[in-house]
Design a protein around this ligand. Sequence first.
Ligand SMILES: *Cc1c(COP(=O)(O)O)cnc(C)c1O
Length: 450
Amino acid sequence: MTTQLETDFSFKKSTSKALAYDQQHLWHPYSSMKRPKESNDSVAHEQAVWPVASAKGVYLTLADGTQLIDGMSSWWCTVHGYSHPRMVKAISDQAASLSHVMFGGLTHEPAINLAYKLVQLTPAGLNKVFLSDSGSVAVEVAVKMAIQYQQARGLSGKTKLIALNKGYHGDTLGAMALCDPTTGMHHLFSGLLAQQYFIREPKIAFGQPWNDDDIEPLRECLEQNHHNIAALILEPIVQGAGGMRFYHPEYLKQARQLCDEYDVLLIADEIATGFGRSGKLFACEHSNITPDILCVGKALTAGYMTLAATLTTDLIAETISAGEAGCFMHGPTFMANPLACAAANESLSLLIENDWQGQVQRLEKGLEVGLAPARKLDAVADVRVLGAIGVIEMNAAVDMKKIQPACIEQGVWLRPFGRLVYIMPAYVMSEKELEGLTAGILKVLKSGAF
Ligand SMILES: *Cc1c(COP(=O)(O)O)cnc(C)c1O
């Protein structure tokens, strides 16, 4: 047995030694653990990770001192940039007084303040807040709420959900069962995954003329199966990880009406879109609707801690509580972690003080101007911008072995997937920085290094 746990891994001392240990022992998201035969093995290369030593504002600093401008906001999260003094102070102050305490039978100021802020900021009517540790768990919680609600009102046959093709809702089993069946590779887990109803994704893009045909697949599915259906789950307006697609607000409006008509709940997964990213504080506002259940995460703490929330209405919460169980059946160990709540409270204050709407509008203009020249490139199928999200859709899947090093050479951090080269900058990114970021991307695309 080892009694010695002192480690010797330091980027300063030997980056290659630390990276070698990483490669042999650490999973990364959707990564292969195939052992590289030689150092230049193609798998090793494909799975390359870059060692980041620190980050400040919109820049990542690598172990060798290279500065990269961050186009990803660490997957929608770091809206105020890295190492923000106010965020750091809020977390360290909280750590000094109460880092964690069980939420069963106890409560604390950070959680109560956060509940107040979330109830105030989210669409009207969402008054009950369930705090959890990650987006996927917030989706699990939403699904369980929908099922318990239907059971509590005597509709225990309503056990299924409707989800959209090209949707993404997380990687845990319940959430995964709601992701696009093809890109989510449902066949790998078919013995275990819940079978849900999938309908064609909305086809009419944001800004295009509306046509009622787009909502027909949903109407048909509800018409035929509403007796079995507890809820419809969707990402409002922006389908994120499933394709970075922006769809027509009328779709969401009519989906809301159809859910009411067929007595089915509407779950809005705003884990990616929440807190301003799409140009509205919540993407549901593009259609002026309130969902029955709302999931938020990602930017909730501006990327400083892991936290998510599931909000619902008084009616649903009270109905669940009057049901057989007498309570909502979920209670994670780290529920309402005070450090995470303190980070969220400070991030939400900054969002308002910084005029997030002005920031996002400025980025939207900058993205439109900066990415427009990509439309002329033969390899590019489409360029689209909504709020602080910019997408270049290529004709063919990009080669990560080529495009990622090429971006790094330009001083840019991007993480394209499939045919999508996309950016979602921190709201604090300046006009000049954004110009540099989009110019770097265009240079890579023009060089053909993809
Ligand atoms: C990222 C994401 C999730 C999952 O959140 P995790 O924190 O990664 O579990 C769920 N839904 C949407 C729309 C997301 O973008």
